[in-house]
Design a protein around this ligand. Structure first.
Ligand code: XMP
Length: 322
């Protein structure tokens, strides 16, 4: 397993980094075609920019609508990139993802189902359709560290686990950001001309809302956590935190509504202060904000009777729930 050499944010020269990576991508892809999947997160957005600088129209950028993204996400992201002159094709793969996730409750098995659906099924088809030999993706060093350490199998780490993607999926993967951590990626993002809404965007995991549903990720359960997420993102918009999220628990608790017993659902809120996601502390949110959140969640999401706030640090917690 090759050791990845970290470039820390203090030693990062953005201009040189961009020049170097653009040259590297051009050299590897040659006169061929490459594809990449844009999720709108800062990592995949930077890769999209670097790839377009290097390959222009020979990079085909897709947004995979896997059904587990946040409210309105596909449309918003496509419109940001269209304004930057990058065209993005949306691929509707919702049915495929939900059928791959059916009946799975184990966290690592869920990640694996998403990985296989992304890389083998969907990208496999897109590679064939486009004639690409390469997939550009935004793996960062923290993804590699946590996967290699066996903490969480990040859906986008292969080579460092000894997986040959050419053999497993039929194409090679180029990872221009693998020496950086999130703070470095944000610096590069700004330097590539991405708007603040993107380079300052909160991290969002590859397995998307599926990382925030404990137990089976059905359409209904994803829809519930999606609504809780929009309430949370709406209420916390002015809070300076590294990341915040709503999590749907699998176990129910006794509650009461309209004077009747209701064995209802539980939503857990997490809000993290962190620099690079390796360690994190819960943000000391104002209790008034927490109360407002709880009140909106239980009234706007029928069936939810409990809202909790996580106060443990990472470690031993991790930021996402699965
Ligand atoms: P954890 O939960 O491992 O999260 O403490 C650390 C940071 O990484 C994000 N995360 C992921 N990102 N694929 C990703 O692209 C994944 O499988 C994944 N799991 C977690 C998480 O949102 C946080 O910012």
């Amino acid at each position: 397993m090759a050791q990845v050499k970290e470039i820390s944010v203090v030693s990062l020269n953005t201009e040189e980094f961009i020049k170097e990576k653009v040259a590297e991508i051009s050299q590897i892809v040659g006169s061929g075609v490459a594809i990449n999947a844009l999720s709108g997160g800062v990592d995949s957005s930077v890769v999209t920019m670097l790839g377009h600088m290097a390959l222009k129209d020979r990079l085909k950028t897709y947004f995979i609508d896997n059904g587990i993204m946040r409210e309105g996400e596909p449309q918003q992201i496509v419109s940001v990139f269209n304004k930057l002159g990058v065209s993005v094709e949306v691929i509707d793969a919702q049915d495929e993802f939900f059928s791959a996730l059916k009946g799975i409750i184990d966290p690592e098995e869920k990640r694996e189902a998403i990985t296989q659906t992304f890389y083998k099924e969907v990208f496999g088809r897109l590679v064939k359709k486009s004639g690409a030999k390469y997939l550009l993706q935004g793996t960062i060093l923290t993804d590699v560290d946590e996967t290699v350490a066996g903490i969480k199998r990040q859906h986008n780490v292969f080579e460092q686990l000894g997986i040959d993607t050419q053999e497993a999926f039929g194409y090679k993967i180029i990872e221009p950001l693998v020496q950086l951590r999130k703070d470095g990626v944000r610096k590069i993002a700004e330097a590539t001309g991405l708007p603040l809404a993107i380079f300052n965007r909160m991290p969002f995991p590859g397995p998307a809302l599926c990382a925030r549903v404990i137990g089976e990720a059905t359409r209904e359960r994803i829809a519930l956590v999606r609504k809780a997420t929009s309430i949370l993102e709406d209420e916390l918009v002015s809070v300076k935190a590294f990341q915040y999220m709503a999590i749907l628990h699998n176990d129910r608790v006794t509650g009461m509504r309209d004077n009747k017993r209701e064995f209802g659902q539980q939503i857990e809120i997490r809000c993290w202060d962190s620099i690079d996601a390796r360690q994190a502390r819960p943000t000391r949110l104002d209790f008034n904000i927490l109360e407002k959140l709880a009140s909106r969640i239980v009234s706007e999401l029928p069936g939810v009777v409990s809202v909790t706030y996580n106060i443990a640090t990472k470690p031993p917690s991790t930021m996402e729930a699965i």
